[in-house]
Design a protein around this ligand. Sequence first.
Ligand code: NAP
Length: 555
Amino acid sequence: MHFDALVIGAGFAGLYQLHCLRDRLGLRVRVLEAGGDIGGTWYWNRYPGARCDSESHAYRYFFSRELNDEWQSSERYPGPPEIRAYLNHVAAKFDLRRDIRFGARVTAAHFEDAANRWRIETESGEKCSATYLVTAVGCLSAANVPAIEGLSDFGGKWYHTGEWPHEGVDLAGKRVGQIGTGSTGIQAAPVIAQSAAHLTVFQRTANYSVPARNAPLTPEFNRWVRENYDEIRETTRQTPNGHAFRISRRNVADVTPEERQAIYEAAWETGGLQFRATFRDLLIDKAANDTAADFLKARIRAIVKDPATAEALADINHPYSTKRPPIDTDYFETFNRPNVSLVDLRAEPIERITPKGIRTSNREIELDVIVFATGFDAMTGPLLKMDIRGRAGRALRDAWKAGPETYLGLQVPDFPNLFTVTGPGSPSVLTNMPVAIEQHVEWITDCIGHLRSHGIETIEASPEAARAWGAHVDEAANATLMTHAKHSWYYGANVPGKPRVFMPYAGGLQRYRKICEDIAARGYEGFVMDRGRTATVALTAGDFAGAAASPSPGV
Ligand code: NAP
């Protein structure tokens, strides 16, 4: 069957892309979704303690005031069931389900030069084609289970948090080992500890965390959200990270040490990702960052009673927020429970998994369940899992051998009419995702609308523009302290053999939006239409100047 557009994925991105292409442009669209229902990341991530770190009033679509008015969140941070309920509401309101095929995992997408179309194949052998192909596969959807020797011999059960069984896992009375202390592990450990007989947390890298301070939302707050839709929406569009809070304009050095302490204490009490918004220079000045890092380490030492455990948890070797900063509910407090212990893998690395548990260089720890909170093959992983081939059969895997090459994170040279929502090279994971998603989906919709109204058959990024953009993505990252955490998944460092390239765009979502708008207004500068029929302009990183980094690490 042939469609105007195929969209891969039915999470926040795929649902809105379907609505835009079908209902605004009038295209024939099909969404192919690997999961059994809508939800994307929230369909798969059902691990204990899973919850969004963005606040409910910002973690939503902003394209429809009516939709905003209809939806009431129950808590400051939405949990997966509430997010799925929200997306179900969206799907029902815009009648989206009829164009979504579930259980359809795309394995291959090949561009046919002669016919100017994409041929798509799913795992079950279903085939279809489309003029435009939009990937809405998420940035964190390819689970990373580290290749630790012996896993296949393990006599207990093991799970990755990103592929958690939908029926749940009964951990009552079990000896659980959790590997990983990123945002996921920090959310999961306190909840696992409540039911497990014993929880052993295996920590390779110590991490900062700020209390989330989740709480039920009052009717007054929900009324405020309805009545201040324009202002909230505007804030998410004007801030570098797409959240509904603004980053302070003051620098750390603008205040006295006492004032600074009071600011950090107040932010700690408020809780959430806003902690990093306390000063504007936290992500660009190491000395400024040290003040936040010292404050947070002191908190860990004050909370955790066992001095050795406290020291291992506070021994953090990267500046605050240079890896994605977690927020938590009782994470550090959990280590005061008698049924929880920490294994510091820097002191005693894992040697192998045994039939009975995990053996470190010092001892064997017996376990019934291993929880891998070990993250994802981020950003490129979900795309490279599929066999995507562009012009002349060129494989995306080959094109990206040395790291992802994109123009604006939206298109790849030699892959015509392929659009990557929140692709590498875009702000994506450094932002509150739905806001970045809306911006991409609307840009792609406008672009396809432009092609159709001008009788243009193909659009693709020019190699020069992609190179210039790549240089600018590097430049933006280098202007921040994020280069101090080269072992983060932002650099692909968590997956052995993956090229070490800083993948998201750290120049700020508001600035990025402006760049994308300007490029479209200049006739899609840097893109090649119908293979050269429309002239392209050669770009250099300097063309994005003025876009010097405005650091924005976030969700
Ligand atoms: P992550 O940040 O990549 O953390 C993975 C953890 O596993 C790290 O502590 C890592 O240690 C450890 N690890 C990986 N391989 C290991 C190995 N072989 N041996 C020992 N430890 C190993 O993954 P994540 O926590 O799933 O979070 C990924 C991203 O998802 C977050 O950064 C965030 O963007 C998103 N997320 C969002 C939310 C939310 O908004 N609600 C919640 C959870 C996650 P090293 O640091 O040493 O590599």
